[in-house]
Design a protein around this ligand. Structure first.
Ligand code: TA6
Length: 318
């Protein structure tokens, strides 16, 4: 479908537009009446930008990122399926390196703006991973309370074939920061993590607040459905809430790994933190005809109360 045809079918005045992005890749622009904006490439169904009102970019995108078919975009929200990390498939699986189809746009309750993208198995994916699947991904800017500082991502995996398959799935979100050394992750105390940098040792997180002083790459297993990133440089919070997604990954490459990644600037490691959500530690089996849905809601807020962290979530507005 051409850009013109996509706009004719899915464009919504002042809310949804399909434009030419980097290297000519089609990009969906979402807008919210409150001023928030987001951008999603059909390539990888990759959210590359989320700006709360006031035009402040909340995600990290590497200045060295590829924007080309077959290669993942470095930053924003890579969609990970059916493999997390290394393995028989390309690193982090097939979803982020394939082009998705825009199938729906809507203006929802609370004036949220929503688009739906789909990816189904193809001859090429079946040659790598011999299963039939139907991936649906909804990106919702805003929420049902008329707030414009939330971004919700809903991922559904359907087994559309006649063979059961095991899968992992994740949203590999890169949050932008002025300085990782002045940020902390809150809410993971007591959660067992797998330390990918220490031979996958499993141990409980003892710290009430996770600060960063070195490369960090940990899978937090069956974590609580609400955590937060506190940015002490800007005195604000990013709330992360999940449903149907048991695990988190907390990752920053730090200095040496940053140098080893060709699509990541050597000097970029202080400006990002990945807090990822999904089925990451152990795969999930899906029988023919079965579906799984996972949701993550990100909320940029400066008024997160300590009560929130004890799961008595009270959102006090911006
Ligand atoms: O989520 C953490 C991780 O698995 C790290 O080990 C690091 O490899 C990161 O993902 C980025 O992976 P990528 O394939 O995008 O370079």
């Amino acid at each position: 479908m051409t850009l013109q045809e996509m706009n004719a079918r899915f464009g919504r005045e002042g809310r949804v537009a399909v434009v030419e992005g980097r290297n000519g890749l089609p990009k969906i622009q979402l807008s919210h009446p409150g001023g928030a904006k987001a951008e999603v490439y059909l390539h990888g169904a990759h959210v590359t930008s989320w700006k709360a009102a006031g035009d402040r970019e909340l995600f990290f995108i590497s200045k060295e990122s590829h924007f080309e078919a077959g290669k993942p975009i470095r930053g924003g929200i890579p969609v990970i399926f059916p493999q997390f990390g290394g393995g028989p498939l390309p690193q982090h699986g097939l979803a982020r390196i394939n082009s998705w189809t825009l199938t729906e746009s809507s203006v929802g309750r609370g004036s949220s703006t929503c688009v739906t993208l789909k990816l189904c198995d193809t001859e090429a994916t079946r040659a790598l991973w011999p299963f039939a699947f139907d991936l649906t991904y909804q990106v919702v800017l805003g929420d049902t309370y008329n707030m414009d500082n939330a971004l919700t991502l809903i991922m559904t995996v359907k087994n559309s074939g006649d063979k059961a398959f095991p899968f992992k799935a994740a949203l590999h979100t890169y949050f932008g920061l002025p300085d990782i050394r002045r940020a902390a992750v809150l809410g993971l105390t007591g959660v067992t993590y797998v330390d990918s940098l220490r031979n996958n040792v499993r141990e409980p997180e003892k710290r009430p607040e996770i600060f960063f002083e070195r490369e960090t790459d940990r899978i937090y297993c069956a974590g609580p459905d609400r955590v937060a990133i506190r940015d002490d440089a800007r005195n604000c919070f990013m709330a992360i809430e999940k449903d149907g997604m048991p695990d988190y990954v907390v990752w920053n490459p730090w200095i040496d790994k940053a140098k080893r990644m060709p699509d990541f600037g050597d000097d970029e490691w202080p400006f990002m933190l990945c807090v990822e959500t999904g089925i990451i530690d152990a795969p999930r089996d899906l029988k023919p005809g079965e579906s799984w849905t996972g949701r993550t809601t990100l909320r940029d807020t400066t008024a997160l109360t300590p009560l929130w962290l004890e799961r008595k979530w009270e959102f006090k507005g911006r």
